[in-house]
Design a protein around this ligand. Structure first.
Ligand code: BGC
Ligand code: NOJ
Length: 815
């Protein structure tokens, strides 16, 4: 069953009923001002940091589950009937409800009793504000007298404090109202130089800024007292809960449309020009007013919307493909790329499942996200790499996360995850391959943000590799530390205290528990660093990294191979994890993926055997589960992984992030049908028809789909912010379609389903536009026989970089 449909031409998903199984959300904003918005206008906005600078309030895990948002109410002055054109919060009957989620905007429209309303929500590129453009049309054959009310609830900036520190917060709220603009200025009187504003293009019939006056003490958002009675109270907030609500009166002739623009924004004043007059406590509005006035104008709002559409056309134009499969086209061309940009902007901070408070920018996560967006915004990838690297510790180790506002690392979600440093090498490698910009390696970058500690970025990479080599265990495999990619495999934690964090606790001293996964990751990273060293002319160094990689490869084959698959780890006692010897958790997906991606076992049949084991033991109709058999009880020596009921999350859920590693591995050994089959099992568009089971948005990947051991097998959770986005994009575009940036050009090496006969792609790479057509007249999966570039036969399947600005025709034949 579906709740809407794709409109690929407009790059939108069109939701046609408001009661989706879960809120189906979208993101607004592209640089600094961001918001999440659901299909019923729920959500919130923030400036740069979802925790520290939140503009509007949202109550997570509420009932009903999506409450707090960018709300509008329409009220018929004659009948007193009122409704929300976005369905929430009043949930009145609507006709022709439609929510179009597009690239950086959402438009929600509906009709009620002959009154149509359509609101377009978006954040202009380069501005710290959002526009709500509402068009109300009278489809009745008589004049309509209406009131339109807006409503947002302001957050007192620090979202964590806002939801906990009521003894203070109930006394600090302050606002100003001037004309049709409401200013929220809590704490502006003291150390903040920023405020929020909420403006309306029309003269007001009234306003409210005190939430409990607007709603009435015991009313909810579905029955605000001001809306019920049809007149605002003109309340001015002092303490308690500041809100912003405009009241506009409309008289519409039959067929008439009226456009009303609202602007909600964030503004920072110079510290020495906060007040006007300077010795007053009144906000200096001189600088912000021109901006507000500009975007309240209909033509400016429209212009800003067109610029947003152009911005996305340009970004998505960097890779466009046309294959025989609509789900592949849609995801690669539109939604997967879009999700990669969202994960770049948000990391794991703000979604319907991430409260914006818990997690900032992950070291491991941000490096992997880079793999999915570097081709779209290489200059921002560069900046991101330098930010991440500046938090690295002198040992080469890493803080697990940093806050985007301060850019400083912290231990809030633990530290000592021993895989972290290696991801920096992979992130930098992806940037270098895309851009060829070796200068980044010479950038002076601090350790732990300490001024004076700078070294070239290249040395950070060297230290990353050394970090693993200096931490080897009894089998010469890398020590796992707190955990590796699998945050929940906590082999030194041994927690028996309820509520204790698995990720910040280490009750036993590490020093024995080892990770085969990090072994594979090391082999991959060592080869990347060897290639980077070669590019810089350090052949000796390259050789030594290759030797380190080869040594680790041998260790993995010796101690990491179980007979039919790669083992997962050795625990605190030196006992094997992920082996036929174990009762539960015999086979894990991660080492099968990463070891083969690193090339281990590709030459001696181990790769094929391991992938056959994945197919027979882990693959199921909704994707590939993380491990089997699921843990049926808590294992103190394994940690959080066994805290989840079987089939969920890391305990044998389909943890989608890992599935593309298997797709890539299958592509490496040339099994195109298998790679594509796995790709389709978790492809959200291909799952659209089972939306009532899948429940999450059909246009983006979730982090997890419940595995076969779960009662809700096939149900997705944690949509949007996941490494799944980047890795599926990489698997589909670089390995299945096989268009891969390398240091010396574009490699074209597809691994396709047998039955495909051709596909086309346009790729902009280092300034040149490549028009690639791949034909596969014979029923093979892999193997390029000929590449012709601008009419001339190329050597092998590497297309060397062509002059920037040129159009390059690339004809590829497989056979
Ligand atoms: C989750 C992991 C997540 C970790 C982050 C765990 O509870 O299962 O997926 O990475 O928390 O802190
Ligand atoms: C989600 C985390 O963000 C990611 O870093 C981790 O690798 C996976 N969970 C697996 O635990």
């Amino acid at each position: 069953m579906r709740y809407g449909h794709f409109d690929d031409e407009r790059r939108e998903y069109v939701i046609t009923r408001p009661d989706t199984p879960l809120p189906w959300i979208n993101y607004l904003g592209s640089e600094a001002y961001f918001g999440i918005i659901s299909n019923t206008a729920g959500g919130y906005s923030f400036y740069r940091d979802a925790r520290l600078r939140r503009l509007t309030r949202y109550r997570y895990n509420n009932v009903p589950f999506d409450l707090g948002g960018r709300y509008l109410y329409l009220r018929d002055t004659v009948s007193g009937d009122f409704w929300s054109p976005s369905w929430q919060p009043t949930r009145s009957e609507l006709e022709d409800y439609e929510c179009r989620h597009g690239m950086g905007y959402s438009a929600i429209s509906s009709r009620h009793e002959g009154i149509e309303a359509e609101t377009l929500y978006f954040v202009p590129v380069d501005e710290n504000l959002e526009i709500w453009r509402t068009r109300v049309t009278n489809k009745r054959d008589v004049e309509a007298k209406l009131s339109l009310f807006s409503a947002v609830e302001f957050c007192l900036w620090d979202a964590q404090d806002d939801q906990t520190n009521f003894q203070r917060n109930f006394s600090t709220g302050q606002v100003e109202v001037e004309g049709s603009v409401i200013y929220h200025k809590t704490e502006y009187r003291e150390r903040r130089d920023h405020f929020a504003y909420f403006a309306c293009s029309e003269p007001l019939a009234g306003f409210d800024t005190q939430r409990d006056t607007f709603l009435g003490a015991y009313n909810g958002w579905d029955t605000p007292a001001a809306v019920e009675r049809g007149q605002s109270f003109d309340s001015v907030a002092n303490g308690w809960a500041p809100c912003g609500s405009h009241h506009v009166e409309l008289t519409l002739a039959p067929g008439e449309t009226k456009e009303i623009v609202f602007v909600l924004g964030y503004w920072e004043n110079p510290v020495d020009a906060k007040f006007d007059p300077p010795d007053s406590q009144t906000i200096n509005k001189k600088l912000v007013k021109p901006v507000i006035e500009r975007y309240l104008r209909s033509d400016e709002a429209e212009g800003a919307f067109q610029r947003l559409r152009d911005y996305w056309s340009e970004l998505l134009g960097i890779l466009q493909v046309s294959t025989p499969d609509e789900h592949t086209n849609r995801m690669v061309n539109i939604w997967n790329a879009y999700q990669c940009m969202v994960t770049f902007n948000m990391s794991r901070s703000a979604s319907f499942y991430e409260s914006g408070i818990g997690r900032g920018m992950g070291f491991r996560d941000s490096n992997q996200d880079l793999l999915g967006f570097v081709h779209m915004v290489p200059e921002r990838a560069r900046e991101r790499i330098l930010d991440i690297a500046a938090t690295q510790l002198p040992s080469g180790g890493a803080y697990h996360q940093y806050q985007p506002l301060t850019k400083r690392g912290n231990d809030d979600v633990g530290s000592g995850f021993n895989d972290d440093p290696a991801w920096l090498i992979l992130g930098v490698a992806a940037y270098l391959k895309e851009t060829g910009d070796l200068s980044i390696l010479d950038e002076q970058v601090t350790y732990d943000n300490e001024p004076g500690s700078e070294s070239p970025l290249y040395e950070h990479l060297q230290r990353s590799l050394r970090y693993t080599l200096q931490r080897l265990g009894p089998h010469e495999l890398p020590l796992i530390g707190r955990a590796d990619w699998n945050d929940c495999l906590n082999l030194n934690c041994f927690s028996t205290t309820p509520g204790e964090s698995f990720q910040t606790t280490e009750n036993k001293e590490g020093g024995v528990a080892e990770s085969v996964f990090i072994g594979g990751l090391f082999v991959l990273a060592a080869e990347e660093l060897a290639q980077i060293a070669e590019l810089r002319g350090h052949t000796d160094e390259a050789e030594s990294y290759r030797a380190d990689g080869a040594q680790m490869d041998a260790v993995v084959r010796k101690h990491g191979w179980d007979g039919e698959w790669f083992r997962r780890a050795y625990d605190y006692f030196g006992d094997v994890v992920g082996s036929a010897e174990n009762e539960e958790g015999q086979i894990f997906i991660e080492p099968q993926g990463i070891c083969i991606v690193a090339g281990i076992g590709v030459d001696d049949g181990k790769a094929e055997t391991a992938l056959d084991s994945v197919a027979s033991r882990l693959a199921c109709e909704h994707g590939i589960v993380l491990q089997q058999p699921a843990f049926t009880h808590y294992y103190v020596n394994l940690g959080e992984i066994s805290s989840y009921p079987p089939g969920y999350k890391e305990n044998a859920g389909i943890f989608c992030h890992t599935n593309p590693w298997i797709m890539i591995a299958e592509s490496i050994i040339g099994r195109g049908d298998a790679a594509f089959d796995y790709y389709q099992r978790i492809n959200p568009s291909a799952r659209e028809d089972i939306s009532e089971l899948h429940r999450c948005e059909p246009y983006v990947y979730p982090q997890m789909i419940a595995g076969k051991d779960a009662p809700s097998f096939g149900e997705a959770k944690n949509s949007w912010l996941s490494g799944t986005a980047a890795w599926n994009f990489v698997a589909a575009s670089q390995w299945i379609l096989g268009i891969r940036a390398e240091y010396n050009g574009l490699r074209i090496d597809p691994c396709l389903p047998k039955e495909w006969e051709r596909f086309e792609a346009t790729r902009i790479f280092r300034g040149a536009t490549y028009r690639i057509s791949v034909s596969k007249p014979k029923g093979v999966c892999k193997g390029v026989t000929q590449v012709v570039v601008n009419g001339k036969k190329a050597e092998g399947n590497l297309v060397t970089p062509q002059p920037a600005g040129s159009e390059v025709v690339v004809e590829v034949t497989m056979g």
